[in-house]
Design a protein around this ligand. Structure first.
Ligand SMILES: Nc1nc2c(ncn2[C@@H]2O[C@H](COP(=O)(O)OP(=O)(O)OP(=O)(O)O)[C@@H](O)[C@H]2O)c(=O)[nH]1
Length: 627
């Protein structure tokens, strides 16, 4: 793991657009001289007011601003965020303490199956400390770089973070990237060294690393085992002592930030809100700054971690709000909600995500187009880092071109569509966009191809790492299209990677045609890197051979660049006698089989005199080897 030479390497970074208020004179993460009233007697009894006591609607007015702490748990992937969240929920009595509590905030099926967090989740905890009861709003965030947009949005609702670092692995790429996000948002950072129970744990080494890399005094690190629960209570104490309460004004009119949204079939949009000013309750008339539509609030509440309705929510608190928003274009993430009678200046919202890879998405059956459209809209409400543009393909019909933050993100989105919306889709091979320079407007002859060139914007990174990173990128990018995907799987490089559009660069790409008995199959024409053309062409020919039904004549499948054939497969002739099984049999059965064959033919596309079933295209396009 690389460690920067100097301590001041991070200084001078620009603030994120949503970071508001004047810069603090002190380092944002160093332990503040508490300006807020904090209990000083650590032996004071801790009397959790847990969900068991939430049989009655909780009175949120019991929590003045100074008794509220809003914080996120951030870390590199698998360093133990969700396990720490489990212990915090147990310690505060929010959930019963059982041995079954394993990553309880990972609610999605995809999270359970893959064992990773992909969605940030909020939970409100009640915790008594020094004879006072606090409201702690915790947001557990994903660790994988593909979901870092979740982290940046979550931080907008917080004043501090727990930066969890594995006592064995030490600082990793996402530790650095997430630290930056917290730093840019001017949040207090509490370093937590986790997994001290591991045999190879070396918390002292990690402590020094944290001091060196982040300039946080080692005595501020809290060493815990989230798995065993060791020393976890001191994390809660630190949250209260080191994270300031939110700077908000309850006497001002309502100003609520929508930092997450889900779509419920029956209740419409459920917006997760952080109240920056004022208060909101059932029956209030509110306006969306995004659509300027007015709504009546049907329900407000907190997440413990499931929804628990409350009479009101007050500035400084984090919860949910339902206001009869029935379509996904309402209550967009980043929207500001305000009272109908008291318009306010909207909050800055969020930077839009920068997609890294693009793939085509099509319904398996075109009659499912509208259902799939609705499913994509609902899911992108919950995952606003996906970009969606309408697209169409000769072979696959009407669909969309989707942009994702990485390959894992693409897979998870696809899996969520299937699991949460019962959608079956064709997802084409992911790629990056490219341009072709034509010989002239009239002459469609490609002079050269250009691929997008990215420039790392992490100027603070250590020179050695940066140079290596750039070289790796440039080498890869110049060598083959789509190489960014290879880098995406390299967690370290990508995690420290941000990019700006740096224009396009010439690449050695060629147009490759696929032919059936000499006729070009337009649907399968593709652009590949020169060095990869043979292997891609060969694989496409082989897959086409496997999926083309035999016909009455031989079929030559060829891959060619211009007039040069680079790969070939042959489908042998075959006469399919559908009536063979009905030899001497019943005439109605024969008619049925002939009818079924005729129906099947409707799904065929004729190329020359060859009938190609749609399935063949799907198999080839879906599984096309990486260009
Ligand atoms: N030995 C040990 N294992 C731990 C500890 N905390 C977490 N783990 C294990 O580390 C693995 C990852 O834990 P998670 O809590 O899912 O990590 P995470 O940071 O939330 O993971 P992502 O959200 O996917 O980034 C799991 O197998 C946990 O059981 C700990 O204190 N000690």
């Amino acid at each position: 793991m690389w460690i920067p030479a100097g301590r001041s390497w991070w200084r001078g970074r620009a603030l994120a657009p949503w970071a508001s208020g004047p810069a603090r004179p002190r380092l944002p993460w160093s332990r503040p001289a508490p300006t807020h009233a904090v209990a000083t007697d650590p032996r004071a009894p801790s009397r959790p007011y847990g969900s068991a006591e939430l049989k009655e609607t909780p009175d949120m007015s019991r929590f003045p601003v100074e008794d509220i702490r809003n914080f996120s748990i951030i870390a590199h992937v698998d360093h133990g965020k969700s396990t720490l969240a489990d212990r915090l929920l147990e310690l505060t009595g929010t959930i019963e303490k059982t041995t079954n509590n394993k990553q309880v905030l990972d609610k999605l099926q995809v999270e359970r199956e893959r064992g990773i967090t992909v969605k940030a989740q909020t939970a409100s905890l009640f915790y008594s400390f020094g004879g006072k009861q606090y409201l702690l709003n915790l947001i557990d965030t994903p660790g994988h770089v593909d979901f870092s947009y979740e982290v940046s949005r979550s931080l907008s609702a917080c004043q501090g973070v727990l930066l969890v670092v594995d006592a064995n692995e030490g600082i990793q790429a996402q530790t650095v990237a997430n630290f930056f996000l917290a730093f840019e948002a001017q949040l207090s950072v509490i370093p937590v060294i986790n997994k001290i129970d591991l045999k190879n744990a070396d918390p002292e080494r990690v402590e020094k690393q944290i001091e060196k890399v982040f300039d946080i005094p080692s005595e501020e690190c809290i060493k815990i085992s989230a798995k065993l629960g060791t020393n976890v209570e001191s994390v809660l104490h630190a949250v209260i002592e080191r994270i300031p309460p939110p700077k908000v004004h309850r006497n001002n009119p309502l100003k609520a930030l929508v930092f997450d949204s889900t779509f419920d079939q029956y209740r419409g949009v459920i917006a997760n809100v952080a109240l920056f000013d004022g208060m909101v309750s059932k029956g209030d008339k509110i306006v969306s700054a995004h659509t300027l539509k007015t709504y009546e609030v049907n329900e407000v509440g907190i997440l413990v971690p499931n929804e628990q309705s409350t009479h009101k929510l007050y500035a400084g608190q984090v919860g949910y709000l339902i206001a009869g928003m029935k379509t996904v274009t309402e209550a967009q993430i980043g929207d500001t909600l305000y009272l109908h009678k008291h318009p306010v200046e909207p909050l800055p919202g969020f930077k839009s995500a920068k997609p890294m890879v693009f793939a085509g998405m099509y319904p398996i059956d075109q009659s499912e187009y509208n259902n799939l459209k609705s499913a994509i809209e609902k899911l992108t409400l919950n995952d606003s880092s996906v970009t969606v543009h309408r697209d169409s393909s000769l072979a696959l019909g009407a669909g969309w071109r989707l942009g994702f933050l990485g390959l894992l993100h693409m897979e998870v989105f696809n899996q969520r569509l299937e699991q949460e919306y019962n959608a079956s889709v064709i997802l084409t091979t992911p790629t990056v966009p490219y341009k072709a320079v034509l010989a002239s407007a009239k002459l469609i002859k490609v002079v050269k191809y250009l691929i997008p060139l990215c420039m790392s914007t992490n100027r603070e990174l250590h020179k050695g790492v940066k140079v290596a990173e750039k070289l790796y990128f440039l080498k890869k990018m110049c060598n083959l299209l789509g190489s960014i995907m290879a880098i995406i799987s390299s967690s370290f490089l990508l995690a420290s990677f941000d990019y700006e559009d740096a224009g396009y660069q010439t690449a050695e790409l060629v147009k490759m045609d696929i032919l059936l008995n000499g006729n070009i199959v337009e649907e399968l024409t593709t652009v590949v890197h020169k060095d990869k053309a043979y292997s891609v062409g060969k694989t496409i020919c082989e897959r086409l051979k496997d999926s083309l039904p035999r016909q009455l004549f031989e079929i030559a499948i060829q891959a060619s660049i211009g007039s040069k054939v680079i790969a070939r497969e042959t489908v042998k002739a075959y006469r399919k006698n559908v009536l063979a099984k009905c030899y001497g049999g019943d005439i109605t059965r024969k008619m049925k089989l002939l009818k079924r064959q005729a129906e099947g033919k409707k799904k065929l596309r004729k190329i020359g005199n060859i009938e190609v079933p749609k399935d063949a295209f799907i198999k080839v396009l879906k599984t096309q080897p990486n260009k």
